[in-house]
Every structure is written in C-alpha cells, then in structure tokens.
Design a protein around this ligand. Structure first.
Ligand code: NA7
Length: 535
C-alpha cells in the first residue's frame, strides 16, 4: 500500500471532502482518513431522531460545483440528517472522493519532522508534506461522568454517536439528559412513540419554531435561477446566508415596529431570529426586547405556566447560545407522556441500573439518551497526539486555550492547516461556505508556495498572538461571553474559558484572509525558519 503522499486530510465531513477534492484538483496525491465507516462527518454520526440542519438546505450545500447545485434538489427547507448524508454521499461519488479515504480508521498521532508522519489505530503509518485537519467542530462527544453511569441496565445512547440500527422507542420509558439543540430536536420525535419521556434539564434554552416545509418546484426553480447571486451575497455576509437585519437598531424603532419585525422573524422561523436587529447581540437593552418577545411566545405554547417558567432561560441573553430551531419542542410538554425534571430544583444524584435518581425520586427508565453535546472546536484535535517542530505538542500549546492564526494555522506546526478551527468564523456562519473559503484559501496558499519555491509555511507567534487578541476583542464587544456556552468551552469541566470562534463574520474574515495572502502571506514564516523570511 502506498505510504507517502503530498497531503493527508483527516476527516470525511463537509470540510474534508472538499479539501480532498480541491487538493487532488491541484494534482496532489492525497490520503484521507476517517474513523467512521463512510463519508458525512457530523451527518454520519448524528442520526438521532429529529436531527436536522438549522441552516436552510439551499444555503447549507456546496457552491463550488455549479452543475451539482443545479442538479441536486432539496426536499425540505431544513433538511433532515438522512437527506444531508445522502447529499454528501452523492458529492463523494460524483467527484470520486471515497477512493482517497481509508475509512474506519482513526488518526491517533501526527508528528512533524520535515514531513508529517501520521499514524492510525489500524496500524498504518503514512507521511505527507502537508497535514489538513478537517476533524469537525462538533465531533468529540461529551459524555458526562455521572455517578453510576455505566451501571444503567437499559439502552444507553449519545445523540452524537447514534447507532445505525433502528432504535425502537415504542412502549419504552425514555430519559433524555440535555436540552441543547440535539435534545430539543429529539424530544418531540421520541415522544410520538415512547411510552413516556422524562427530560432532565439543567439549563433551558431559547428555541424558535423551524416552520419547516417541503420546497415547491416553483421555489426551487427560482432559487436555482438566482444561485450565483445568492452565493455571492452569502460569501460577503456575516453568517454565510443572504439575510440581513433591519437597517435600524431594536431601540431605534418604536414598540409597534419592533413587534412587527419580531413577528416577521418568528413566523419565518429558526435561529436567524437572533439577527432581526443589528444591535441585538451587542446591547443588553436591545437583547431584552427580543428576550421578552420570545418568553411571551413560550408562555403561549406551553399550557402549564409553571412548566413554561422552567423552560424559559434566565442565565443568558437570547442568542448568546445558538438559538435552537425546533419542530414542536415546547408543545411536547403539553403531552401526557412528557415530564420535565428541573435539575436545578432537584439535582441528579446518580444513575442506577433502573434509571436516574434525583434528590427527590428515582425515575425508572428503559432507555437513557445523552444529548449532552460535544467537546467543541478543540476536542477532536486534542484527541490526536499532534507534535510539531521540536516535539511541541498541540495539547500543551493549547493548554490555556486554543491559539491559531486565522483559525487555520498554528505557530510551531509547519505545513499544518486546520479547517474550521478555533479562531475561524465557521460555527457562527454557514459551515459549508466557511469550509469552502478555508479550503480555497489553503489551496491558493499552496499555489503560492509552489510558485515561489517555498517548502514550508508556518504562522509566527506574533501573528497568532495578534489574531487571538483580535478574536477576544471582537467577542468582548458583544454579549456572547455572557453565556456559559460551548463557544467558550464552558460546557466541559476544566476546559479553559476562552471564546473560540472569530465573531466578525464570514465576509470580513474572508477579506482579512485575502489581504494577508495578497501581502505575500503576512504573519507567516516561509521556508525553513533558519533561513527564512518573516513577512
Ligand atoms: P449543547 O448545545 O452543548 O447542549 C448540551 C446539553 O446537555 C445542555 O442542555 C447541557 O446543559 C446538557 N448537559 C451537559 N452536561 C450535562 C450534565 N452533566 N448534566 C446535565 N445536563 C448536562 O449540545 P447539542 O448537541 O444539543 O448541540 C450542539 C450544537 O449542535 C448546537 O449548538 C448546534 O449548533 C448544533 P447546560 O446548558 O450545560 O447546563
């Protein structure tokens, strides 16, 4: 088997697939690895009932292949996991991407010594000039170490590692721990067939109805005819979709106009409600107007006022954790077979073979679903032993929080690129278009290296320090740091509290990346550091 490549790409999700395609298009010999048995990344693993994307299908799809986007037709406004996985499989087949991969193969280490030596859990060792880590931002599942967890005698699942076999809920007493996006999507669907669903909620979340619907042929035709312009607008936008807020701030318009706009976004559906007004995420007073509007809606949707109270968040401004896009979540609590257990009132004490014990009672269960999220953005990287120049390990380098230049590169780790890494805008924008931007930038960078006879590229410490400072300053100017979100690593015990994404938006980020490239890769050391020129 061949062991020497131009590039190794880790991950066969949205980003990894495009990286393989793009680098092969440059004539490079590329080897991909993924721990899963097939392509899809997030959409391979998150098969839990109700799993959907919260970005509209027409936008959450590749733009690099005009024929593909004309040929492929999404069935729904917000596609289900199965359809997205089918789409990614279609793209992989269309561009023969599977042939680059070794599946069911987890990369365990990557070490730089002039070239990257990559080792896997199947015993493979390969080397490559470039390492591209497209390992996903929401990949490493967070399985809280609750007392007695492993003693549970029933079925136990994590939403982010859902089995491929059919999971049967009928007649079963199902417990769901976690009310983030995954729990909120899964709960109403499980409740349709389960005997009973007990929801263990530590923190309530804001959620806006998806208003999902089938896409009509007329609508699809209209979108396809206007795709180039839609994509152009998306690429320069903040969030990677062609949506813009009201021209004036929430506090600059009168109460009637404000309600009219919130009504519009509420009826339109989905998390974009957070962007109704431009000052919603920077001014607490403006944010309060959105919060009060949504609170009143939750009270309308939930019949029992005490349950409604408990479902209304009181610990973060609306939008500072990603607003969930749901289908019938709050209404699920009006069902006889759904019970809310508020872990703030009655903390979880242990898991027993029979169920979940809280301070006041034992909740008997046949099945327990952990919808407890991910070690986001850094988890999938820190699970690989990555060693750069002079044996520096990424784990040590990032022990106080991730440090990148542009979210793409790390000082001390030459010829290594991260796609959608911490410091990139990906998680606050459309992941597909951000992945395309990252990979296109990397590809152009490799063209530059070839054209100039440069063998290595590496971010300088100064450039990394400046980028981390810029990311922090951007975040500090918003309300985002006020929430204990996974953006901050606050969901993982012991994880350094650092706001990880670049919050300035995709359009601005793209302009910065392009400017750095046009300036001969400012902030990078080109060639070997001993003889290199620092730009
Ligand atoms: P999230 O959004 O991180 O949600 C995880 C949920 O699990 C959240 O409600 C947590 O409560 C809860 N949780 C985590 N650990 C525990 C423990 N130990 N006990 C009780 N409850 C716990 O993950 P999701 O998978 O739902 O969504 C991730 C992203 O995917 C989402 O933002 C979208 O972008 C798509 P907490 O809030 O920490 O109190």
């Amino acid at each position: 088997m061949e062991n020497s490549f131009d590039a190794v790409v880790v991950g066969a999700g949205v980003a990894g697939l495009y990286a393989v395609h793009k680098l092969r298009g440059r004539g490079m010999r590329v080897r991909g690895f993924d721990s899963a048995a097939g392509v899809g990344g997030t959409w391979y693993h998150n098969r839990y009932p109700g799993a959907r994307c919260d970005v509209e299908s027409i936008d959450y799809s590749y733009s690099f292949d005009e024929e593909l986007q004309q040929e492929w037709t999404w069935s729904e406004r917000f596609a289900e996991q199965e359809e997205i996985l089918r789409y990614l499989g279609h793209v992989a087949d269309r561009h023969d991407l599977r042939s680059a991969y070794e599946f069911s193969t987890r990369v365990t280490s990557a070490e730089y010594d002039g070239r990257w030596t990559v080792r896997t859990d199947t015993g493979r060792t390969v080397d490559a000039r470039f390492l591209v880590l497209a390992t996903g931002v929401l990949s490493a599942t967070n399985m809280p170490d609750l007392p007695g967890r492993d003693t549970f005698a029933g079925e136990l699942y994590h939403t982010g590692a859902w089995p491929h076999d059919l999971v049967e809920f009928a007649g079963k007493r199902v417990g769901v721990i976690g009310t983030g996006s995954s729990g909120i999507q899964a709960i109403p669907v499980i409740a349709e067939t389960a005997a009973h669903v007990t929801v263990f909620q530590r923190s309530p979340n804001y959620s806006i109805p998806a208003r999902n619907r089938p896409l009509t042929p007329e609508y699809v035709a209209e979108i396809k005819a206007g795709y180039p312009e839609r994509r152009r607008l998306s690429r320069v936008s903040g969030g990677g979709t062609p949506n813009s807020p009201h021209p004036r701030g929430a506090l600059e318009v009168g109460a009637a106009e404000r309600t009219r706009i919130y009504d519009q976004w509420w009826e339109r559906g989905g998390y974009l409600f957070a962007k109704a007004f431009p000052d919603q995420m920077t001014s607490l007073a403006a944010n309060d107007t959105a919060r009060e509007y949504v609170e009143a809606k939750i009270r309308e949707l939930v019949h029992d006022p005490d349950i409604a109270d408990q479902l209304i968040p009181d610990d973060h401004p609306i939008g500072t954790k990603r607003i969930v896009t749901d289908s019938g979540y709050f209404e699920a609590y009006n069902r006889e077979n759904v019970t809310l257990v508020n872990l703030r009132r009655t903390p979880l004490t242990e898991i027993t073979p029979d169920g979940v014990r809280t301070e006041d009672t034992l909740h008997q269960l046949d099945m327990l679903v952990f919808a407890t999220g991910f070690d986001a953005m850094t988890g999938s990287l820190s699970r690989i032993d990555i060693r750069g120049r002079n044996g520096r390990t990424l784990r040590d380098e990032w022990s106080a929080g991730p440090r990148t230049y542009l979210g793409l590169t790390v000082a001390g780790f030459p010829n290594m690129f991260v796609v959608s890494g911490p410091g990139s805008p990906s998680v606050l924008a459309n992941m597909v278009l951000t992945a395309e931007q990252h990979v296109d930038w990397i590809s152009s960078c490799l063209d530059f290296l070839d054209d100039h006879g440069v063998t290595t590229i590496e971010a300088t410490e100064d450039a990394v320090t400046a980028w981390v400072a810029e990311c922090n300053a951007n975040a500090a100017a918003t309300l985002f740091p006020a929430a204990n979100s996974w953006y901050l690593g606050a969901n993982i015990p012991g994880k350094p509290r650092v706001f990880m994404p670049y919050i300035g938006g995709l359009g601005k980020y793209r302009a910065i990346c392009d400017d750095i490239a046009a300036d001969g890769y400012r902030g990078f050391v080109l060639d070997d550091p001993a003889t290199s020129e620092v730009k």
